[in-house]
Design a protein around this ligand. Sequence first.
Ligand code: ATP
Ligand code: MG
Length: 299
Amino acid sequence: MKNKTVREISRFLDPYRITDGRKFRLKDHDPGDTAGLDSEDKPEAKRMLASGVERMAELQERLYASDEWGLLLVFQAMDAAGKDGTIKHVLSGVNPQGCQVHSFKQPSPEELDHDFLWRTQRAAPERGRIGIFNRSYYEEVLVVRVHPQILAGQHLPPRLVGKKVWDQRLEDIAGYERYLARNGFAILKFFLNVSKKEQKRRFLERLDAPEKHWKFSTSDVRERAHWKGYMQAYEEAIRGTASEHAPWFVVPADQKWFTRLVVAAAIVETLEGLDLAFPKVPDSKREELALARAALEKE
Ligand code: ATP
Ligand code: MG
């Protein structure tokens, strides 16, 4: 029997979950979708998010205590799609000791001297933990694909860089994720699907508000010129790497409150599916506990 919270929120997942990418088309996904909820339902959505966050905290404690499974959450999106806010709101109730957040920026010279999975694997979560990747190895088939000069700067032996390089990278990523899954790491990948129009609105909002200027970068605006290229790259990435053990969630991101609800639902559903239990205490330990109680009570 599924937990009540999960039953309540998992209906927001099916339309956005991709486990087989072969027929995936980005244009079938509306960034403004809210699964029939409108702004009047916002308080209800917030309540569901809060109960999802609460349940997540309980499950995370079990994840940590049982120390077998790990969870990797990958967040990918265009700028201003709400990665930071989603991570902040959705994981707000989780014990910080059980979480590891990593943001991946342009690679350093040291990172470029390694294979492209090196830096993310070093940051991969331990068993019992939730690892959050704010951007990830997927940048290697997104920004690098959109800007071929980045690939040219990766010191790869030229004979290895042919027309198939992107398919090969996707194949390697899919293989890597299968490897992680077989080692006991559940993987969820979120593409926060914001529309070009909403991104413009959010950029303008940042420009209007002095306290948001720090978040604004002119290069983000330049990347808008490559929107189509990015969308193609995302589509190919999702097509090539969606699987049962590492599904993609194409999360509508024009309404932040809805984005958060979907992401929370996916995490709760996944943790719930791991059947996490607190470790059973052996009889010898139980005796020890009884002795400790007796000693404390005698004080
Ligand atoms: P925010 O803007 O909210 O702080 P961000 O993730 O956009 O977060 P930035 O420092 O603005 O952080 O951007 C990081 C940049 O690094 C992005 O443009 C991203 O595409 C780029 N990047 C990440 N990984 C790679 C990579 N492997 N190769 C090249 N560029 C990368
Ligand atoms: Mg940025």
